[in-house]
Design a protein around this ligand. Structure first.
Ligand code: FE2
Length: 295
């Protein structure tokens, strides 16, 4: 078995998509595995090109939304909430000057695009709903998978911000917790440009925080267990274009700012099992005419 860096186990992608017993055992133990060359370079290029076109068509003067895991600014933002059933853009915190103007080119100011490209855009749909992905997800034990969220993450050179250690089940909560994240490298990612870092094995610990909608409609994040994350276990998920990181909803992860001269584009999908209960308190809700779908 090969190791990408101490702690994270990597495998060549299975051609069919189905994980082997060895891969499933590693995923169960670590909560995270890397599958090399899962997506083809042309499919990654097509996704990047389509993203360029969507960015070109977007007027940044229409919004001032930015994304932060260090504050709750996004959570009060109706623009954010409605992105669950739309394709919307979120800026880096350092994108605007005091006068509210972008400090650099639009394409280098965006933190992410989300959260329904996989249902609303044909190029994203084709990337997300492949027979190989369906086979991978089935082999992870999903009975009725639902693709609930997609994000294109830009992590632009120079200003791509830090993402502090968190668990994705904090934001995509389901009972029982069946959320699994799928992170595709669209650009090569390493420590210089702020690659993902995971704490292998730490998914067996508790869910620390829960984001939910209160009775008054306000989104809040409550601490439900204050056990510190074992950040000393952090292992970088160095990845090349087309590599896929599969990670458990409780797997703690983070990334440093991108201080390099290279962007770090990535595409993520979150999948849950339809047989579980989707709480009405989740931030992510779909309009009636755009229900969650499987493959
Ligand atoms: Fe995350």
């Amino acid at each position: 078995m090969a190791y990408a860096k101490p702690g994270l186990r990597e495998f060549p992608s299975p051609e069919s998509g189905r994980l082997s017993e060895e891969m499933l055992a590693a995923f169960d133990e670590d909560g995270v595995i890397i599958l090399r060359d899962f997506a083809s370079p042309p499919s990654c290029e097509a996704l990047q090109k389509r993203t360029d076109d969507l960015v070109d068509a977007f007027d940044p003067r229409s919004v001032r939304s930015f994304f932060s895991t260090t504050s709750n600014v996004q959570l009060d933002d109706d623009y954010f909430v409605r992105s669950g059933g739309d394709i919307r853009f979120f800026f880096e915190e350092g994108a605007f000057d005091e006068a509210g103007e972008l400090k650099q080119a639009k394409a280098h100011s965006i933190n992410k695009m989300g959260h329904a490209m996989h249902d609303l855009d044909p190029v994203f749909e084709a990337f997300s709903r492949t027979p190989k992905m369906a086979a991978l997800v089935a082999s992870l034990g999903f009975k009725k998978p639902l693709l609930v969220q997609s994000m294109y993450i830009f992590k632009p050179s120079g200003i791509g911000g830090e993402v502090v250690c968190h668990q994705d089940s904090t934001y995509i909560y389901i009972e029982p917790e069946t959320c699994i994240g799928f992170w595709f490298a669209i650009d090569d990612a390493d420590l210089d440009n702020g690659c993902m870092q995971f704490l292998p094995g730490a998914h067996k610990g508790p869910l620390r925080r829960l984001n939910h909608r209160r009775a008054d409609g306000k989104l809040v994040t409550d601490v439900i267990d204050d056990t510190p994350f074992p950040e000393h276990l952090a292992a970088p998920a160095c990845a090349s274009r087309g590599d896929l990181v599969v990670f458990h909803g409780r797997s703690p992860h983070m990334s440093a700012p991108n201080r390099s001269s290279r962007s770090r584009h990535a595409y993520t999908l979150h999948i849950v099992d339809e047989e579980a209960r989707w709480p009405a308190e989740n931030w992510l809700q779909r309009p009636a005419d755009l229900p969650f779908r499987g493959f």
